[in-house]
Design a protein. Sequence first.
Length: 424
Amino acid sequence: MSDTSRTYAEQLDREDVLASYKAEFYLKEGTIYMDGNSLGLLSKRAEQSLLAALDSWRTYGIDGWTEGEHPWFYYAEKLGALMAPLVGAGDGEVVVTGSTTTNLHQLVATFYHPEGKRTKILADELTFPSDIYALQSQIRLHGLDPQVHLIQVKSRDGRTLNEDDIIAAMSDEVALVLLPSVLYRSGQLLDIERLSAAARERNILIGFDLCHSIGAVSHELSRWGVDFAVWCNYKYLNAGPGSVAGLYVNRRHFGRTPALAGWFSSNKDVQFDMSHQLTPAEHAGAYQIGTPHILSAAPLMGSLSMFVEAGIDRLRAKSLRMTQYLMDLVESELSGMGFVIGNPMEHHRRGGHVCLIHEEAVRICKALKDNGVVPDFRAPDVIRLAPIPLYTSFQDIWDMVQRLKAIMTEKQYERYEKKRGVVA
Ligand SMILES: *Cc1c(COP(=O)(O)O)cnc(C)c1O
């Protein structure tokens, strides 16, 4: 039996080695923020690094490209090097550029070469829509029909994917596989190592979308032999709305010419020769296109310093303790109220959020907001709750479950309209 007292939550907070980071974030008094898997909160360090970038502009003007503490000309590569430990990458394998979707276009355009029998892309039916739109358009750019050339592995239960089904679909017609690391609704963490090994055995290139695992889960992309990966930095990494994204390219692919080239794809030593013959950078930096978005990348610099300090393994350990604690409370406090836990229960199959399924999810989310809890709703019936290791306490989780319990026992949700907002 799990201990459901508030005293126990207080004890867990006292034992938490990461508890001090909470004070570094801008949290709204009285509000429990459980939506860090959609948009992470602002920290003082992220604010500082953004102000520092503005200060460089104020102080140096054009010379900010080469002067100051973090010259802008090397900013994307410097951030990439800082991020490398979060994904298990070696030197030069990560760069901070573009957005998830544009990076996906860049890397699929570069690595997808339909040839002979191998013309198909393998994905899944549960992934985020933007990824599917990008794959469909890349297939169309080759003059092919996505109905035929995009295979989407089916889910057996509508929530999770089975690795055996994915591997069974890796036929000799498949040129490239793209999968999410963590499914955005159910929070299932796929076995990236196993899937990558299976793809390599079959001479298929494999890429992952790490949007829902970066900063929440540790990765060993190079050791696992992943070919490429993309992710955003505004979810668990707290770098701000629309912040510049990241990409990974395994070093065995270094030296290729990017499919979508621009002058920032260049080897930096010769970029300002202004030659019309591109000499691409011999690392992941080659997949940049144009001038880096310094002001949208700058908050990541400060935010990342916390991840470097805290270490992804300690963050993951706390995240697992928190999601486990939340599930324990759901089972003991909310039983018989119609909730189903939709994420896998095993540690190694779960990302950073808990997926609660309820037929009244829309209205419950509205009631939670009015009770000072920021949840996240995904149509038609999913409530995502993400306790964030850097700024959520065990008492927050306890308080949130109590508020949710009151909403259910008092049927508060019945006061709301059963209709989702435009952004939900
Ligand atoms: C959040 C998310 C995106 C968003 O892509 P953007 O280009 O940043 O808008 C894409 N894919 C997945 C899996 C996501 O979770």
